[in-house]
Ligand binder design. Sequence first.
Ligand SMILES: [Zn+2]
Length: 330
Amino acid sequence: MNEKSIDIVPLVDAHCHVGTTPHEIQQPVHELSNDKISRALMSNNPYDWARLQLIQFKKGNNSSPQYKGFGIHPWYSHLFTFKNEKTLTKEQHYRQILNYKESDSIILTKLIQDVLPDPVYIEEYISNIDFSNVNLIGEIGLDKSFYIPSNGFYQGHSNDAEVIITKTKIKVSMDHQVKVFKRMLQLACDKSLNVSLHDVNCHMKLFDICQQYLLNVIPIKICLHSYTGSIEFLLSQWIKKFTEQRIFISVSQYISFKKDEGNLDYSQVPHKCILTETDYIVDNGVTEISLQDSLEDTLEKLAKVLPLGSSHETRRLVFDNFCRFMHNDL
Ligand SMILES: [Zn+2]
């Protein structure tokens, strides 16, 4: 492959975000550079979904394919209710789905009064989505380690430097997280859309639920973003059951390659399953160059461990894999 043809193979960011900025959604339509990076942009909640819808991409010869994900991330699952709001007060909703000690009851009351929004009825939220605008379902999943922050939900950074955001000891119940996750998998099945999954310390539970919902829905492919399970679990469960045609591992610089050799032995992962990602918020002032650097660094590290000869060949492989992931051709 000569330098020129390498240059036109886009870098792949198979899992990244736009900002959750509740007070700045109605900004003018903004454009995101898409010359060098092909992206799957996730949404996690109603705020970043509103923002993602406003993003436009350049069309033309130099543009790389861009995709939009619709999801409810476990860090925002408490903002949704399965009951029509008329049958449940805001206070009842949050007290039912959050786990807290009696000693934190006053903190919770303050959260509900001061920062948590009225819950969104999930069926109404889904029914208002124009799915012609959606290319995959994500980010969705389960998180056993997540605590509600003192500003009610994670918002990247606060504009108000005076406000110090801390972690509370209040968690979203696993039952509620599972309910939201299952609803989103059902949606993926209904719409025949692939999924991008978040899993922190819920490896078996998440795998079991995916088997239950997705195993027999053959066109659906699964991206395990910043996978933190073991190589054994990946090979003997995910890939064995779903086959290597349907499982993708998207590898990031800051989680997967915190150590130079990687968080797991990537040489054992089938090459066709490998994707790259930043998991960064890409529309909040981060430069295009730093995003490219992060992806190129990940490719270099992958090229060393796979081993595929050069990071250029790895770049081609990852782009081919991303096309297979997004385009439903097995
Ligand atoms: Zn993410």
